[in-house]
Design a protein around this ligand. Sequence first.
Ligand code: GLN
Length: 447
Amino acid sequence: TAVQESLRRIRAASELNAVLSEVETGEQVQALERRLAAGEALPLAGVPVIIKDNLNLRGTRTTCGSHMLEEYRSPYTATAVQRLIDAGAIVVGKANLDEFAMGSSNENSAFGPALNPWGKDRVPGGSSGGSAAAIAARLAPLTIGSDTGGSVRQPAALCGVYGMKPTYGRISRSGLVAYASSLDTVAPFALSAADLALTMQTMSGHDPQDATSLQEETRFDGPLDLSRLRVGLVREGQQGLTGGVQASLEQMRSALETAGATVSEVSLPHLKHAVATYYIVAMAEASSNLSRYDGMHYGRRAADSKGGAVPSMLHTREEFFGAEVQKRIMLGTFILSSGYSERYYTKALQVRRLIAEEFERAFEDYDVLLMPTSPFPAFGLGERISDPLAMYAADVNTVAINLAGIPALNVPAGFEAVEGERLPIGLQFAARAGADAQLVALAAALE
Ligand code: GLN
């Protein structure tokens, strides 16, 4: 079966470190067989799925790529995952990720980075690097990640697959471990636009467990008629591109024009503040969300936790959180602290509003916006980790989307030869809030 084949491939590709743990499939398969025998028609019957290890699946480990949750077992299943299971999918594994989804290379995982199948000395991107590497290496036909600031689109670009960040609230966040709640989305990877449509359709929809989940239903069908599409090519998104990414952008432009679309440049001047704004909002929210890991409520407790509650909490957090997570908690706490929060946090919320409004205005003139997902293809392991600001700066085109809450996807768009390796390139299309189906239909038309 497909499930057995997927498990065989996961084991054979263990050097990729894409999958942190296998999931016991026996009971899932039996339950599926009973439903099929009862005549249920299931769109994902028997399809193996790998989910990022910050999504809960009842009875399995959910580590979030952290020593803090190394022994944590999920008490319930995330709504998005449950919807896949209800449609017949079988969860076969939990994928590697940057610790608590903080990172752009998967190098912040407490369990070592996943490797890029296109060049094993390179990163798969992050934070959903394991999910991206797994689908690119064909360990499963469908993998799920989470996208708070690009964590599905950027690794999709670096691994040469589709990756979609839905409109905020389109897919329930219930059961996704929170990083920055106002930005977090559950987001799929896929190998074709048709698979993306099916997965999005299956996971989307209102959930009473998530107060921010949207009421409106949406239908994914495609392909889109390109002949009257108005495409805005974002000027600010074109800085510091490699030759290959630049060429791929130009190629996409002429392909769209050949199909009858109009492509013109659009300027979004506030985009230059997106990275600073994003990291202020994300760190502030993270410092609040991660305060629950105190060795009392959730997660592990350090062995030398004598001397009362406070020293015990401090030891626990020092011992089990990695450096990037500790740094973000400290910065986030500072950003929210009295006397500074007006200067940083409140200001960031104001700029966030300006960025969102700038997108809204652009969508009065354009149906979709086009920009590179990442300015460069997959970089080498260890190459950027020592320069966090350079790593953050490369997120410029993805983080703005989360600040605005709008949908965007990565489409595979060719390759660039780098040091004898053939590395994938991805381009990003964004649309107005709610227009998820339009983006998937666009991807189908471009296939
Ligand atoms: N690179 C971004 C960050 O580190 C994006 C993370 C994400 O989308 N989860 O915050």
